[in-house]
Design a protein around this ligand. Sequence first.
Ligand SMILES: NC(=O)CC[C@H](N)C(=O)O
Length: 212
Amino acid sequence: MAGEPLTGAAPAGEPLIGVLALQGDVREHTAALTAAGARPVPVRTPEELAAVDGLVLPGGESTTISKLARLFGLLEPLRAAVADGLPVYGTCAGMILLADKILDPRAGQETIGGIDMIVRRNAFGRQNESFEAPVPVAGVGGPPVDGVFIRAPWAESTDAGVEVLATYEGRPVAVRQGTALATAFHPELTGDHRVHALFTAMVRARSGGGSR
Ligand SMILES: NC(=O)CC[C@H](N)C(=O)O
């Protein structure tokens, strides 16, 4: 909303979107955000986090990302920022980080939270660890998104406030709750920037239409 402090002012219409750059496919998200009309910046410190209009949590390894976030003093600031309504988009490991609860957490694995759901890690099983499938996503116009699933989670259950934007084999694989968006798949690996454009629009909507 208007009046929030912003230290790294982006040009009008180009929201400043951080990519949590501790581990994972940061470069691919950075390219996708640029193509979607945002101005991406890496986030590794609480100060960098405080400067952004929105944040992407990349794909990678959720246990590693959560441990590094704790080590970098970022876990609590991330929780506070997301709870405060900072628009956030997590893919795969990032979706796991946005869950309130993990069904099968590893030792030391924590989440940021933000979406009232329980996720199952590596949910699609060994026979089907990585695959691509067309996924129609609500709110994304045009043909189905090419869903790239890599040891992907699904939402085992979602609370009433969570909007399921896409399912695969009956399982929620794209969800949204307020200003938090998550996909179990990786649009950043496909060259199709429609999901990043949807997120950029969410960021713009919250930061006052990029009119700063
Ligand atoms: N592609 C991914 O981000 C994989 C996520 C990974 N299976 C995890 O649990 O963190």
